[in-house]
Design a protein around this ligand. Structure first.
Ligand code: NAP
Length: 294
């Protein structure tokens, strides 16, 4: 068997068109330009690239974009003050504070300062709680992207066994909640889980968000299962070159899975456009408008 490829890149391209069209409609109909602010503390090269890409994507889709850069040694109070200023800025509807933060800045303090209505990464306790209560309007971007891909490529997942490997606040926990809300039977695994290969073999939907290159092997996969690889691991390929690979051993997994996301071009391709979609949703909620159907 050769797995069907879940083409996140193609889906993301069509979603980008819908986001751009909706942004244009909001501007024409209401003079509303959804605004996204990114905040970067320090100069980690990978974070700089992420933040720049987010800003570029926002502008390309017709959103307003601002960026705030703070030095790596910025005191926590300074970061909190910046977040408070963006909370109060009416041209900013979504705020993304790029993680990880330097050690002197507590992530929890920043999230407690962030206005949940502008929390487009859905990391605040308010948005996490709303997700748990089945009332979320802003959902963490990467899990939201995964659910869109599952809807498009698998359809109804009610009653399916889903395993999420990884329990981060950013991905694993919200992904498990969304799968549960879609009526899957959800198991969560982590570094203390016993016999992960056996647990994995039971899964109709196997979601790997571990951060370990090619950790999930062919023997772990139930024949015909849907494999969602969230991992983004940069590995050396010699000659000073690197490449990105996932948490799943892709080529061998693709021989047994029914459907699989490639890395790159799968889940990762969805995240930024889902962030733009969240910015649109946040802008509509703040303006008292109906939510965009995209
Ligand atoms: P994270 O915070 O690094 O946490 C990793 C999770 O994997 C933890 O829950 C950990 O368990 C678990 N884990 C580690 N080793 C394990 C093992 N040997 N067996 C089972 N579980 C193990 O995770 P994250 O931020 O969710 O990121 C995970 C991966 O997804 C990374 O490669 C990241 O780059 C990628 N990612 C991609 C996107 C995107 O596509 N845009 C977004 C988010 C994340 P414990 O909790 O027990 O430590």
């Amino acid at each position: 068997m050769t797995a069907r490829i879940i083409d996140g890149k193609a889906f993301a391209a069509s979603l980008r068109e819908r986001v751009a069209a909706e942004a244009a409609r909001l501007k024409a109909a209401y003079g509303l330009v959804p605004g996204l602010a990114t905040v970067l503390v320090g100069n980690d090269p990978a974070s700089e690239v992420y933040v720049r890409n987010k800003g570029k994507a926002a502008e390309k889709l017709g959103l307003h974009s601002v960026h705030r850069s703070l030095p790596a040694d910025a005191p926590e109070q300074e970061v909190l003050a910046e977040v408070a200023r963006l909370n109060a800025d009416p041209s900013v509807h979504g705020i993304l504070v790029q993680m990880p933060l330097p050690p002197q800045v507590r992530e929890a303090a920043v999230l407690d300062m962030l206005d949940p209505a502008k929390d487009v990464d859905a990391l605040t306790p308010t948005n996490a709680g709303l997700l748990l209560s089945g009332r979320a309007q802003l959902v963490s971007c990467t899990p939201a992207g995964v659910m869109m891909l599952l809807k498009e490529y698998v359809g109804d997942i009610a009653g399916r066994d889903a395993l999420v490997i990884g329990r981060s606040l950013l991905f694993g926990k919200p992904a498990a909640q969304l799968l549960l809300a879609a009526n899957a039977t959800v198991t969560m695994a982590h570094s203390k889980t016993r016999d992960l290969p056996a647990l994995s073999r039971r899964a109709d939907i196997l979601v790997a968000a571990i951060g370990r290159p090619e950790y999930v092997k062919r023997e772990w996969i139930r024949p015909g299962a849907t494999v969602i690889d969230v991992g983004i691991n940069r590995v050396d390929v010699g000659g000073g070159k690197t490449k990105i690979i996932g948490d799943v051993a892709y080529s061998e997994a693709a021989e047994v899975a029914g459907a699989i996301t490639p890395v790159p071009g799968g889940v990762g391709a969805m995240t930024i456009v889902c962030l733009m979609r969240n910015t649109l949703i946040a802008a509509c909620l703040q303006a008292g408008l109906a939510l965009p159907q995209i």
